[in-house]
Design a protein around this ligand. Structure first.
Ligand code: 3HC
Length: 303
């Protein structure tokens, strides 16, 4: 077995084309980072054309913002736009050297997505998953080549958060790990190699914070009191803002996964599932600034 430390970067495979599966918020954000920092063609796919178009439109919007802020020239903006292709045909992933997914957080869905993509890519292509808290090893269990799968966990907002958790499973081989570390460096992120445990490192800690905050609400403390108590602690966002940032469904899923793995240490929250169905906890103005707690959300937690 390879040593637990950093892999030999000389083993990393060169990346000439990237495939992104999923065109939601996380996937679109990191697709942009791949085009910007690796300067290679990036193909992005999802279940249907509308989802693909939405992802590509997001990327184009962010490229325009970078141009408006003077961070990139108009030539550079055109070059970046030309490198992004949306598709619903997985055959367009042929030739990709690095394929990363950020689809719905369900084990079966992720296994299927990779089984399907494996038919279209070369045996030397590396696969990565952005899963928040599923087992990376289980995601790869149905692959013909599970040794080429690694966890590559970004944080929202991708453009700003400096960390990537590179999840090393017992099946991941050294070439895969080395490639992931080299890519993270090219994306100008700090990478840490984590074990394939529920929530890796960051979500394990976040699940504690968010779970305790939701538990306080679930047991009768009003949103405003939890918020008011935690705001002066120097967190960049309160737990409820953070839950909305990661997505209420994703947040509920992260709490469920931790509760299932460590029932004596983590809470699950039925209210958070109800709030996810409702869609929001906070009210915001047109600029997206928080103006207060949503009445419907307050009604839900009041029972
Ligand atoms: N996309 C791109 N850029 C963004 C952005 C976004 N969604 N949100 C903010 N930014 C950029 C702004 O454009 C600005 O860039 P500029 O300086 O070039 O103009 C910069 O970030 C700072 O933005 P603001 O001035 O609006 O800043 P704030 O000081 O309020 O910081 C924040 C915003 C960085 C998002 C800060 O509130 C923060 O760090 N929040 C916590 C985020 C966090 O913990 N994320 C991890 C969530 S867990 C996760 O993702 C894992 C998953 O598995 C659950």
């Amino acid at each position: 077995r390879r040593p637990a430390g950093a892999p030999d970067k000389a083993l990393a495979r060169p990346i000439g084309k990237v495939g992104v599966i999923g065109a939601g918020l996380m996937a679109s954000q990191f697709a942009l980072l791949f085009v910007r920092r690796l300067r290679v063609p990036v193909v992005i796919t999802d279940l249907d054309q509308a989802r693909v178009d939405k992802g590509v439109a997001y990327i184009h919007g962010e490229i325009k913002t970078l141009q408006d802020k003077g961070r990139i020239s108009s030539d550079e903006a055109n070059r970046l736009r030309a490198l992004v292709t949306g598709t619903t045909d997985k055959a367009d992933f042929a030739g990709a050297d690095w394929v990363i997914e950020a689809v719905f957080e369900e084990l079966g869905v992720k296994q299927e997505v990779f089984a399907e993509i494996e038919k279209h890519i070369s045996p030397t292509a590396i696969l990565a998953t952005n899963t928040s808290s599923l087992s990376v090893e289980q995601i790869g269990a149905k692959l013909e080549h599970p040794e080429r799968l690694v966890g590559f966990h970004f944080f929202n907002p991708v453009a700003v958060m400096p960390l990537i958790e590179v999840v090393n499973t017992p099946a991941t081989d050294e070439v895969t790990l080395a490639t992931a570390m080299v890519i993270a460096a090219k994306l100008r992120k700090n990478a840490v190699i984590t074990r394939d445990t529920p929530g890796f490192v960051v979500n394990r800690v976040l699940a504690k914070l968010l779970g305790e905050a939701m538990h306080a609400v679930d047991t009768g403390t009003p949103f405003e009191v939890v918020n008011g108590a935690l705001s002066p602690f120097g967190l960049p966002m309160t737990p409820f803002e953070l839950l909305e940032l990661v997505g209420l469904k994703v947040g509920a899923h992260v709490l469920d996964t931790h509760h299932a793995a460590f029932p004596d240490r983590f809470f699950e929250s039925t209210n958070l599932h109800r709030l996810a169905e409702h869609g929001t906890i906070l009210d915001r103005n047109a600029k997206g600034q928080v103006t207060g707690f949503n009445k419907g959300a307050q009604k839900i937690v009041a029972g």
